[in-house]
Design a protein around this ligand. Structure first.
Ligand code: 3PG
Length: 212
């Protein structure tokens, strides 16, 4: 799957799902708010099952696997039906496993050396994490200097909210933004689907204003 297609909306909801049975209702709640892309993090034992449930029950949503720290987790994500993967850092074994499975991956980077290594490994869409802690907008603007002509695109994640979203999306080197603010772990555990839909719709409104 080409990342350009599922990043078209320019937002990825990063979710921590404790109960796999919450996965499909969560995906539906995001969809009701207008968003069709979710990253289910491998931070809970039920992550693979959550991904499989979304693929089966909410096929209109593109589902990725996040927090991929090992090659084995890449395999589990692919087997569960994940359509893309995200890693907080740049690991050669994770990168190799993704390439062996023809699995789009957003490795995590912060520094110019990490961007160079990711490009050498063949990746063009890079997670910039943790974005707000490591310079946010100003860091991304600076990275566009030496890397703008390479075609590299960033997916900043970490500490971003609906309020800061427009500043990130205004940067041409930003393909999309990742964040958990519209579906925080607590809201998912509380099954606060209406609230999640409202927060998602608010984010989509912000994005529509940026695009207009
Ligand atoms: C991630 O792994 O991408 C982050 O935990 C998401 O960051 P946020 O919770 O600050 O949005």
């Amino acid at each position: 799957m080409n990342p350009e297609s599922f990043l078209r909306q320019r937002l990825v909801c990063v979710a921590v799902i404790d109960q796999p049975e919450d996965a499909a209702p969560l995906a539906e709640a995001l969809g009701a708010g207008g968003l069709n892309c979710i990253e289910v993090t491998f931070r809970t034992a039920g992550a693979a099952e959550a991904i499989a449930r979304i693929r089966k029950n909410v096929p209109q949503i593109t589902v990725g696997a996040g927090t991929l720290l090992t090659a084995d987790q890449v395999k589990q994500a692919v087997d569960a039906g994940a359509q893309f993967g995200v890693s907080p850092g740049l690991s050669e074994s994770v990168s190799r496993a993704a390439q062996q499975n023809n699995f789009p991956l957003f490795p995590g980077v912060i520094t110019p050396s990490e961007v160079m290594r990711a490009l050498e490994l063949g990746w063009k869409h890079l997670k910039f994490f943790p974005a707000e802690t490591f310079g946010g907008i100003n860091a991304l603007k600076a990275l566009a200097g030496p890397f703008g002509h390479t075609g590299v695109k960033f997916v900043p994640t970490g500490g971003i909210t609906a309020a800061t979203l427009p500043n990130y999306l205004a940067l041409p080197q930003v393909a999309a933004v990742g964040g958990s603010w519209m579906a925080e772990r607590k809201l998912v555990a509380e099954k606060a689907w209406d609230k999640i839909t409202a927060l998602t719709a608010e984010a989509m409104k912000v994005i529509a204003a940026v695009k207009a």
